[in-house]
Design a protein around this ligand. Structure first.
Ligand SMILES: *Cc1c(COP(=O)(O)O)cnc(C)c1O
Length: 381
């Protein structure tokens, strides 16, 4: 295993997180129960949604979101190609067809509302937006477009834990939102996800589908609240367990403080990168307090991104590309899709290390190595 001097992401658990998890194990009740319920009500309050349903992964959250929203065979769902593949897989799990739309610009790597509108057909049922890096992107325009064209707006809010636009949490702009608790996310426990909605019926469907479509839970029966159950739909086992619910609730209390540390580092990256001829993506906009999940730059066209990445790796700095376009993967191949901005972005973009406890010294190391790599490439052209 490579030990990076500066990894892309890093998670530090506090002693009281660990103590709370140990206490949960000592309680003897490990599958979904009171701590999951407590985390759900904490998270619902945190994002300002009526309901939060904890599940086993962000991908499970996306799947249940699509199924509960009534998406199925014959439906088209407009998605970005510049996203993690799970966004698109979820549409396919539900039996629908993903239709890829382009991003707004190299500096604004999220769904373009104009491109979405152009992709609408009589079969379009929903738009599945992904707040890239935790930025709101064009979510308000998309919400207005969906209302006007009677489409369902869904959000893959995996990057957006703690992101608010005019005080409203991202993931609550559509009918349903899906969050991830994966290791490298802002609110991380390893594996886990959360579905949020204000709709009582959708929440009830999501709760049932999460646990085999059953009408009662093991926890209800353990407490003597129910003796048996019916199965009302063919559901899944997408439950989150108690230890991870405990950890999620503990870490949720620190999320705003950790996102503030990310905000300071994001600002500092922008200052330090100013002299370089780069596009630093995701500009600040009025009223937006983002999660700062990612800091991503677009290198000059003349620069060989893979050489830059190799140079940084040689200095012990891990980087990434968010994302290889989904429409160019073997599983979802659509080489005919007209997504020129997505393709150019995916060729030139580079994600830099960012985590709350990244030190100024580590950040300087990243910027110095990037400066050397980019200058070398430009001089040698
Ligand atoms: C992480 C991520 C997911 C998947 O979440 P998991 O919890 O890993 O299943 C989906 N979409 C996006 C945009 C993500 O970043």
């Amino acid at each position: 295993m490579t030990v990076w001097r500066v990894p892309l992401a890093s998670l530090v658990l506090h002693e009281d997180d660990l103590a709370a998890v140990v206490e949960t194990y000592r309680s003897g009740w490990l599958t979904m129960g009171p701590r999951t319920e407590e985390f759900e009500s904490d998270f619902a309050r945190y994002v300002g949604a009526r309901h939060a349903v904890a599940v086993s992964s962000g991908t499970a959250a996306l799947h249940l979101m699509c199924v509960a929203a009534g998406i199925g065979p014959g439906d088209e769902v407009i998605v970005p190609s510049l996203t993690f593949v799970a966004t698109v897989n979820a549409v396919v799990y539900a039996g629908a067809s993903p239709i890829f739309a382009d991003i707004a610009s190299l500096k604004e790597p999220w769904l373009s509302a104009e491109a979405v509108e152009a992709a609408i057909t009589p079969s379009t049922r929903a738009v599945l937006a992904m707040p890239y890096g935790g930025h709101a992107g064009e979510i308000e325009t998309l919400a207005a477009l969906c209302a006007r064209r009677r489409l369902t707006l869904l959000e893959d809010a995996a990057h957006a834990a703690g992101s608010r636009l005019h005080g409203r949490h991202l993931g609550t702009f559509g009918a349903v939102g899906a969050f991830s608790l994966f290791s490298n996310k802002n609110l991380a426990v390893g594996e886990g996800g959360i579905v949020v909605t204000d709709d009582d019926n959708l929440a009830a469907t999501i709760r049932a589908l999460r646990s085999h479509g059953m009408t009662t839970l093991t926890w209800d029966r353990h407490r003597g609240h129910a003796a048996s159950y019916d199965v009302v739909r063919v559901g899944y086992n997408y439950r989150l367990d108690e230890p991870r619910s405990t950890l999620a609730a503990m870490r949720l209390r620190r999320l705003d403080a950790e996102n503030a540390q990310r905000a300071r580092l994001d600002e500092r990256y922008r200052e330090l990168l100013e002299p370089l001829n780069l596009i630093v993506t995701m500009p600040a906009i009025d009223g937006l307090a983002p999660s700062h999940h990612l800091v991503t730059v677009v290198l000059p066209d003349s620069v060989d991104r893979e050489r830059v990445r190799a140079h940084l790796a040689g200095e012990g700095i891990q980087t990434s590309v968010h994302y290889p376009p989904v429409h160019l993967t073997a599983a979802h191949l659509r080489p005919d899709a007209d997504l020129p901005v997505t393709e150019e972005y995916a060729r030139r973009a580079l994600t830099l290390p960012l985590y709350p406890h990244l030190s100024d010294g580590e950040q300087d190391t990243v910027v110095n190595a990037l400066t050397a790599a980019v200058s070398y490439d430009q001089v040698s052209d």
